[in-house]
Design a binder for this molecule. Structure first.
Ligand code: FE2
Ligand code: FE2
Length: 178
């Protein structure tokens, strides 16, 4: 709390944990939807399964911190379960490249979101900041993996990407509050 001065707003770490846990949960559901459609035999599926395993670890960590700090999950969890799975399944049905464009878009927004949180946290919560920093590096690696697998060659990439990014931003704002 060394940065904090009286009258300044403290970072709302309960809200941060809530939205991060929701996001990581959503990520596991997106990848589950993609894998359900693509099957695990395709080369892309191998990459997706690897990224999904990392999302599971991120989710587990935020679940643990929420338990320790007695933070409730978002009430929208059931919605993110369905919406995440549907987003993954629909993009995978479009094409492998569209599935990768989905990952590209989602991770771009998560990266932006984690950067904002790190700026807001400063050095007020080193434990949480360290996790966010570590996960952010993996999210960027997921985005780069998606691009290496042709995300930006997907049909209607700009439109698809813009729509998914807008959806992510809406989900982030809702999960902070509800
Ligand atoms: Fe993640
Ligand atoms: Fe990720």
């Amino acid at each position: 709390m060394s940065d904090w001065r009286p009258g300044e707003k403290r970072a709302d770490t309960a809200s941060m944990l809530r939205v991060n846990q929701a996001g990581e949960y959503g990520a596991t559901r997106i990848y589950a939807g993609q894998l359900a459609v693509l099957g695990r035999a395709l080369p892309a599926a191998h990459q997706i399964a690897r990224m999904a395993a990392q999302e599971e670890a991120h989710l587990e960590r935020f679940n643990g911190l929420m338990g320790e700090r007695r933070v409730r999950p978002t009430l929208l969890q059931p919605l993110w379960s369905v919406a995440g799975f549907a987003l993954g399944a629909v993009t995978a049905l479009m094409s492998e490249k569209a599935a990768m464009a989905c990952t590209d878009a989602v991770e771009t927004e998560i990266d932006r979101h984690y950067s904002e949180q790190l700026a807001e946290l400063g050095d007020s919560d080193p434990e949480l900041a360290a996790d966010i920093r570590a996960f952010q590096a993996e999210e960027l690696e997921h985005r780069d993996t998606a691009r290496a697998h042709g995300a930006q060659d997907a049909v209607a990439y700009p439109l698809l990407s813009a729509a998914i990014r807008a959806g992510c931003r809406a989900a982030i704002e809702l999960s902070k509050k509800i």
